[in-house]
Write a protein that binds this ligand. Structure first.
Ligand SMILES: Nc1ncnc2c1ncn2[C@@H]1O[C@H](COP(=O)(O)OP(=O)(O)OP(=O)(O)O)[C@@H](O)[C@H]1O
Ligand SMILES: [Mg+2]
Length: 228
């Protein structure tokens, strides 16, 4: 297997704005992301970070160019295969947590396993194990409204990791947290990255988050201006 888990080649993304206007959100970006790394996409608001993450995460398709994950060209997959691929290969962490309010922490985390057809008994063992890894075993029966922001993000991280994805994508994961809680969440992600070998790709404009990244790609107005 290649050293690179993600390869993006000349990716363009155009958004149609009405009949004539086209907004070029990505203007031919190419990058590689090393397996097991903790990588950040940075840049000012509107530079294309979320667009990039959504394309790598197979949530949206490039207008042209391609992305491979584990050697698989995801632009070649049908919608059905793509969603299956997404469920088994990729975990998502969002700025606003995106937990299901009527579910407990346990149920939120168990949900992707349920979708993957894992039987109930096996689910329980896996969920308790990951709850422990994120330090939330005492909160299994709490609903999101009964959790703090940092606790919600821990549950969201557990949910993102529960299917043992090769890749976790996090879009501004600490933006809605106070700086101390944000720091703890970042440390947790780095710890899980090291322990489990899961590749993390984070979009952020926070200097604090960048300090944790092993590699950084800087975007400006839809183009890559720096890779370090
Ligand atoms: N669905 C959409 N339709 C039209 N334009 C869009 C859409 N999504 C994003 N854009 C535009 O594409 C450009 C890149 O947006 P994107 O969300 O990727 O930026 P970002 O770097 O994530 O910004 P932020 O830091 O504010 O989250 C922006 O100009 C934005 O207005
Ligand atoms: Mg964004």
């Amino acid at each position: 297997m290649s050293d690179n888990i993600v390869i993006a080649h000349e990716v363009h993304k155009h958004y149609k704005m009405g009949k004539v206007l086209v907004l070029q959100a990505l203007k031919g970006v190419s990058f590689n992301i090393k397996r097991g790394s903790f990588h950040a996409f940075v840049g000012e608001s509107g530079c294309g970070k979320t667009t990039t993450l959504n394309i790598v995460g197979a949530i949206s398709r490039p207008t042209s160019g391609y992305v491979t994950i584990d050697g698989q060209d995801i632009s070649q997959l049908s919608d059905r295969k793509l969603s299956h691929f997404r469920n088994s290969y990729i975990g998502f962490i969002f700025q606003n947590f995106n937990l299901i309010d009527v579910y407990t922490a346990y149920e939120n985390i168990a949900y992707p396993l349920h979708l993957a057809g894992i039987p109930r008994k096996k689910r329980a063992a896996v969920v308790m194990d990951i709850l422990e890894k994120v330090g939330m075993e005492k909160y299994a029966t709490h609903r999101p409204t009964e959790l703090s922001g940092g606790q919600k993000q821990r549950v969201a991280i557990a949910r993102a990791l529960v299917n043992k994805p090769s890749l976790v994508l996090a879009d501004e994961p600490t933006a809605n947290l106070d700086s101390q809680t944000g720091e703890k969440i970042l440390q947790l992600m780095v710890e899980l990255n090291q322990k489990l070998g899961t590749t993390f790709i984070i979009a952020t404009h926070s200097q604090r988050v960048m300090q944790y990244a092993q590699s950084i790609t800087t975007l400006r107005d839809g183009s890559i201006v720096d890779n370090e």
